[in-house]
Ligand binder design. Structure first.
Ligand SMILES: Nc1ncnc2c1ncn2[C@@H]1O[C@H](COP(=O)(O)OP(=O)(O)OP(=O)(O)O)[C@@H](O)[C@H]1O
Ligand SMILES: [Mg+2]
Length: 590
């Protein structure tokens, strides 16, 4: 919580203005019954002049209370929302800096809940904490003033307060754990809904709708149960808590009435006490809530700072220089790499050391060369591309681009020089044109169209209902797999990077279209260094050179025909891949 202070203090104006106007509002609030007391006593004494004066003062105090009350509420809520916005931006900015190893082991639902409900609970504390603090100060002021009027009557008006606190505490003890359970259940429900929507294709293909609806039903029932339990306790305790002040009022009227009859207090004083009895309850009712919300907010702050304290593992070195004018030579020098160990929820099954994916991987690529990487599934082909782009840093060994160690250049400049097309293309829910122009939002349509043409995508895009302006569904699911791949390819081509990594980028596209893409690419790519990760002979044969990855190393290299002639493992691996993809390839819409 202490760490939230700097963020709160950066909103000096609403903070100080809110506290200042709050104190005034509160003094005026306590003053109202006192003014009314004077007015009533003046009326009883038939002092018309004094009555008018007190009535006018009472009205002014009321108006003042309204104005300052509005001002301080506005300022404090603005402060709370300001802090919420700051935290959200901070959290998101930090998340974008974190490395892939963090996202590999974090569930998106977890991050989303931190960004939503945890930030919200801090916001609630910031908005209501000061309000509750104010009720405590007004308690002290009112109490002090009452003591100056009549000590025994003041004590009588306090009699019911322990009861208010006691029952309030009882209620919270039941409700607090229930609200936690409720939060968790809401999270479960959200996960089920999310998976139903995102995984709708799987759900329907297995005709598992009933099962999913059942899951949802059960989660919904759980939430209902929690809420009914909360309402039950509320129904039991709230009427008591609300009646106690009335009891207090009755006691004040009874005892104060006697005092008034004996003329030891005035009618005005009796009236004022009557009003203060209610005012005194507020902090007792809310203090528990404050404690609870403070606990909750500090737990939330902890969860948020846990994310903020997470250090990115891949960062710019202190003297990193930008990488510019790249010719495109690449050297992998004795690379060893294993993925960071994933610690699941069950800490018992932590693997002691992760297996090396690359162990002594060496590869030199000349500027402008096209090299195909071939290997069994899981052999580490994609890993090579990820290391080149510094998604991860190798455990040992260096990667050089144009002779420069990629650890010594800025991450931004490095990634701007390397275009990667992944095998699972991710499209945003925007138009086709915006997807292609993702890296260059201001690219003219002419360039977008030429990138689309090179990726053999312009044909189907023009046939879409609104051409380049057609909005693709979430993740581009309104398009076929092959169409998505071609848009992803166009997106990377538009960036015109000197180095290109195509990771199974045409796997869902049929062979003829792929051949066309490669003819078009040949022009687009000339002079660019290209790493082709592929399984199909048709793709591989486009490369100047082929390297075979086995056991984390390059086990053979040469042209496709040389390897076919001389290397049995190579022939076997290609045959396996061919068998797997037979009959399952591609978009049938061509
Ligand atoms: N993010 C990750 N965290 C931990 N292990 C990973 C991660 N990504 C891949 N691996 C593991 O590293 C190994 C190499 O994976 P990689 O993706 O490089 O294989 P690949 O050769 O591209 O396979 P494919 O042909 O199926 O795409 C695999 O054993 C895989 O299980
Ligand atoms: Mg792969």
């Amino acid at each position: 919580m202490r760490r939230l202070l700097p963020i709160t203090k950066s909103h000096k104006k609403p903070l100080y203005f809110g506290l200042f106007t709050g104190v005034i509002a509160l003094i005026l609030n306590v003053a109202v019954p006192a003014m009314a007391r004077n007015a009533i006593d003046a009326a009883i004494a038939t002092d018309r002049g004094a009555l008018t004066t007190w009535a006018v003062i009472l009205i002014s105090v009321g108006v003042g209370r309204f104005v300052f009350g509005a001002l301080y509420r506005y300022s404090l809520f603005r402060l709370a929302w300001g802090v919420e916005t700051d935290l959200r931006s901070l959290l998101y900015a930090h998340l974008t800096k974190l490395s892939f190893s963090y996202f590999d082991r974090t569930q998106s639902g977890e991050v989303i809940s931190r960004a939503n409900s945890d930030i919200r609970s801090i916001q609630v504390l910031l908005a209501f904490g000061p309000l509750i603090g104010m009720t405590i100060i007004s308690f002290i002021l009112a109490f002090g003033y009452m003591m100056t009027l009549h000590v025994p009557l003041t004590l009588v008006s306090l009699i019911t307060l322990p009861g208010v606190y006691f029952f309030g505490q009882k209620l919270r003890r039941v409700v607090f754990p229930l609200t936690w359970v409720g939060q968790a259940r809401l999270g479960e429900l959200a996960t089920i809904v999310d998976e139903n929507v995102n995984g709708i294709r799987v759900v329907k293909s297995f005709a598992a709708e009933k099962h999913q609806v059942g899951l949802l039903q059960r989660a919904a029932e759980h939430i209902k149960w929690v809420n009914v339990e909360v309402i039950k306790s509320r129904a039991r305790y709230n009427p008591i808590i609300e009646s106690l002040p009335r009891v207090g009022m009755a006691l004040v009227l009874l005892y104060g009435g006697h005092l008034a009859i004996e003329q030891s207090v005035s009618i005005g004083t009796l009236f004022a006490f009557n009003a203060y009895v209610i005012m005194l309850q507020a902090p007792f009712r809310m203090f528990g809530f404050l404690l609870l919300q403070t606990q909750r907010a500090s737990a939330s702050a902890q969860r948020i700072f846990e994310v903020l304290d997470e250090e990115p593992t891949v960062v710019d070195s202190p003297n990193a220089a930008p990488l510019t004018d790249v010719k495109g030579s690449i050297v992998f020098d004795d690379i060893h790499f294993s993925y960071p160990i994933f610690r699941g929820n069950n800490s018992d099954d932590v693997a002691e050391s992760a297996e090396e994916v690359l162990s002594g991987f060496n590869l030199t690529i000349d500027p402008g060369e096209t090299v195909a990487i071939v290997g069994r599934t899981g052999s580490g082909k994609s890993t090579v591309g990820r290391l080149l782009n510094r998604f991860y840093d190798p455990t040992s060994g260096d990667i050089l681009v144009d002779g420069k160690n990629i650890r010594e250049v800025t991450l931004d400049s490095l990634r701007h020089q390397i275009g990667i097309v992944f095998d699972e293309p991710f499209l945003f829910s925007t138009s086709v044109a915006e997807n292609i122009a993702y890296s260059q939002p201001n690219a003219p349509l002419k360039d977008i169209a030429s990138a689309a043409t090179a990726a053999e995508a312009s044909g189907f895009i023009e046939e879409l209902s609104e051409g380049y302006a057609t909005v693709v569904g979430e993740r581009g699911y309104t398009l076929s797999g092959g169409q998505r791949q071609r848009i992803a390819l166009a997106r990377t081509l538009l960036e015109r990077t000197p180095i290109l990594v195509l990771d199974d980028a045409t796997s869902a596209i049929d062979v003829e279209v792929e051949a066309k893409i490669h003819t078009a690419l040949a022009e687009h790519l000339s002079g660019r260094t290209t790493i082709l990760i592929a399984q199909r002979v048709s793709t591989i044969s486009l490369a100047d050179r082929v390297v075979l990855i086995e056991d984390g190393q390059v086990s053979a290299e040469g042209t496709h025909s040389e390897l076919m002639a001389n290397d049995e493992r190579y022939v076997a691996i290609l045959a396996e891949a061919e068998q797997k993809s037979r009959g399952s390839s591609g978009d049938k819409d061509e």
